[in-house]
Each structure stands twice: as structure tokens, then as C-alpha cells.
Design a protein around this ligand. Structure first.
Ligand code: CP3
Length: 345
């Protein structure tokens, strides 16, 4: 049987396409009524993440509705601390809560050997997805980058400035480095398991990369990501990795060069000129403002055309600069996907 053309995979491998592949971060989620229905049936958010049948179902929902070129596994970056044994809860309207870890001795409570039971359920979701997805749909596996996951583990919740993790990193870099090393190793195993189960492409979400000055960015963003990319390349030489160092700004080109990722996702604040420039070195993904999906209409179409024109001829994946927000009307998502798929057609 000939190998199916998976457009996102092909673009990352270096085959240009006049109509870029399109998928959106958080394409499965609360803006979809069918997601809210399954979510209510599952019980809690974590119950949904660890239920392979339901997690596969919500992953497939946006593929059926919009025909995206890629599906992203339904899970969460905080499943890694959860599987390590750091108690995690998601409460309506509050976001995640964890029992904070603030010092090196507390790391003894984390159990890398205990992760397999929970990770196994995620791998089962991936295996189901590879069976149920159309042959031409690329399947993306993911995890959070060590720095971003650590910011939640240390603060015990989301935070606007990641102050607790930054303070630990400055005050006791050796101890904080142990947490980062542990997360790096566990994340490599987790992503490798996703590839073995059927993921075609991997994305590493570093949502808080932008909160670090350049020397700290080298140490806590670039170095662990490079370690992950090197280890994964050895195990799975053909699987492309997309980095998402959100807020990295002027450090983005250095990030691409130093980590060895095959693609980089750009947030909304990246100027199109800079994104086009990056597109000469690597495959770039981005960066429409998710709030344009709330507005819809002409403002959405105008900016979409601007991005498509500016990125023409580059190795480019159409995406948002961050996840779809719950307020986005599903019709606006349809409008956007039609526009991208009909580009120059
Ligand atoms: O469709 C997809 O993109 C795949 C699934 C996915 C989720 N989270 C599902 C989710 C992915 C890739 C993520 C990544 C994630 N999770 C990140 C990195 C990307 C980013 O947004 O910066 C981060 C920082 C998290 C941590 C997280 N998960 C927070 C802070 C929250 C609460 C805020 C919120 O949006 O509710 C979540 C919950 C979450 N993860 C939801 C979904 C669909 C909403 C939960 C619900 O259904 O109630």
C-alpha cells in the first residue's frame, strides 16, 4: 500500500504545499457543544483525559466537524506531575491546583517508576486514534516542556509571573535543576511511548518560556529541550518535533538553532516579518490571534489573508498564536478553515 500523504507531516519533512496544513491548538474543547456533552458525561477533566474511549472521541470531534489536517491527542501537560504522584485537581472556573513542591528534598515524593499506569491510558488513546483517524490526518502527540510544567508544580497553580519557580531557580539552581532533569527524563519516556502508540509528530508546549531573561532561558528552556530532542531523535529519527516557546520573541531563532527542533510555533506577538524570516531556517507554525475567532467576519478574514500571503512559499503550518478560547463561536472556526483550505484555489 502506498504511504498516505499526511500534509502536516510532509510539510515538517520539507515538502512545500501551496495550501498550508491547518490545525488549531485547543481545537478540542469547551467552545464545542459536543465536547461539553462528553465532558459532562466523563465527570472530571482528569477522568476525561484518562478515559481512552472518551479522550479519543473528543480528539475526533473537531476532525469530523472541520476536516483539520492534524489531530492533537486530547490530554493535558499536567498529566506528567499527576502521574508522578503530585496530587492534581481541576476545579470549575479555577484552573489547576497542585500541592506545591518548593525544595529539593520534596522531590523525593515524585515517583518516575509509578508513571506507567497513567501514561498507559494515554498511550491507549493514541493507539485508538491512529486506528480511527482518516489515513491522511497527522496525529500529534505532546507534552509540556520541563520549565513550564515546573512553574505549575512549584506554584501549585497557574501564575501570572512564574515567580515561585524563578525564585527557586535563582536561589538554588542545583536543586531546581534536579526537578528539571527529572521532568526531562520522564517527558522523553512519555513522548516516546506516544510515538510507539502511533503519534506521527510531537509538540512540546513551553507556554511560559517568555518569563525568563536570556541566560535563564538558555539554562531552563533551551538546554532541557535540546536534551529531549536529542534523546527522541535517537529513538525515533523520523518523527518531527515542533517547539512552542511562547513569548520567546528575540530568542526564538536561537531556540530553533540550539534545540534542533524541526518546527517552531509562533505566538501572536511575533511580527509576520520575523516569522517569515524564521521560515527560511525551519518550518514555522502560527500565529493568528485567537480572539479574532471570537470577532469573526471581515477582521478575521483580513488578517488570515495577510498571514497566508506573507508566508507564501515558506514551510508553513497555519495555526493560532495560542489556544482557541471557550467564547469562540464554532461557525467562526468553520469560516476560518474554509478560507485557509480555499486559499489560491
Ligand atoms: O485540543 C488540544 O489542544 C489538546 C488538548 C490540550 C489541553 N491542554 C486540553 C485542556 C492541550 C495540548 C493542553 C495543553 C496545556 N494545558 C497547556 C499548554 C498550552 C497553553 O494553553 O499554554 C497548559 C499551560 C495547560 C494547563 C492547563 N490545562 C490549564 C492552565 C487549564 C485551565 C485553564 C482552562 O483553559 O480551563 C487546563 C485545562 C484544560 N486543558 C482544558 C482543556 C480542553 C479545559 C478543561 C475543561 O474542559 O474544563
Amino acid at each position: 500500500m502506498p504511504k498516505p500523504v499526511r500534509k502536516l507531516l510532509a510539510t515538517l519533512e520539507g515538502t512545500p504545499d501551496p495550501i498550508p496544513p491547518v490545525w488549531f491548538m485547543r481545537q478540542a474543547g469547551r467552545y464545542l457543544p459536543e465536547y461539553r456533552e462528553v465532558r459532562a458525561k466523563a465527570g472530571g477533566f482528569l477522568d476525561l483525559c484518562y478515559n481512552p474511549a472518551l479522550a479519543a472521541e473528543v480528539t475526533l470531534q473537531p476532525i469530523r466537524r472541520y476536516g483539520f489536517d492534524a489531530a492533537i491527542l486530547f490530554a493535558d501537560i499536567l498529566l506528567v506531575p499527576d502521574a508522578l504522584g503530585q496530587p492534581l485537581g481541576f476545579h470549575e472556573g479555577e484552573g489547576p491546583r497542585l500541592a506545591p513542591i518548593r525544595s529539593a528534598p520534596e522531590l523525593a515524593s515524585l515517583k518516575p517508576s509509578a508513571t506507567q499506569a497513567k501514561f498507559g491510558r494515554v498511550f491507549e488513546t493514541v493507539a485508538r486514534l491512529r486506528q480511527d483517524l482518516p489515513n491522511a490526518t497527522t496525529l500529534i502527540g505532546f507534552c509540556g516542556a520541563p520549565w513550564t510544567v515546573a512553574t505549575y508544580m512549584v506554584a501549585g497553580s497557574g501564575s501570572s509571573d512564574q515567580a515561585d519557580a524563578r525564585a527557586w531557580a535563582y536561589g538554588d539552581p542545583g536543586g531546581f535543576g534536579q526537578l528539571i532533569d527529572l521532568l526531562t527524563d520522564v517527558s522523553v519516556d512519555y513522548l516516546s511511548g506516544q510515538v510507539q502508540a502511533g503519534a506521527d509528530v510531537l509538540q512540546i508546549f513551553d507556554s511560559w518560556a517568555g518569563s525568563l531573561p536570556d541566560d535563564q532561558f538558555e539554562r531552563w528552556v533551551i538546554a532541557p529541550t535540546r536534551r529531549m530532542v536529542e534523546a527522541l531523535r535517537k529513538k525515533h529519527p523520523l518523527v518531527p518535533i515542533i517547539g512552542f516557546p511562547r513569548g520567546a520573541g528575540a530568542m526564538t531563532a536561537r531556540f530553533v538553532e540550539a534545540t534542533g527542533v524541526q518546527g517552531v510555533s509562533c505566538d501572536t506577538s511575533m511580527p509576520l516579518a520575523a516569522m517569515a524570516d524564521l521560515g527560511r531556517k525551519t518550518c514555522v507554525q502560527g500565529n493568528l490571534d485567537p480572539l479574532l475567532l471570537v470577532a469573526g467576519g471581515e477582521p478575521l478574514e483580513e488578517r488570515t489573508r495577510e498571514i497566508l500571503e506573507r508566508m507564501e512559499g515558506k514551510r508553513f503550518v497555519f495555526n493560532l498564536g495560542h489556544g482557541i478560547v471557550p467564547e469562540a463561536p464554532p461557525e467562526h472556526v468553520a469560516q476560518l478553515v474554509e478560507l485557509v483550505k480555499g486559499w489560491r484555489g
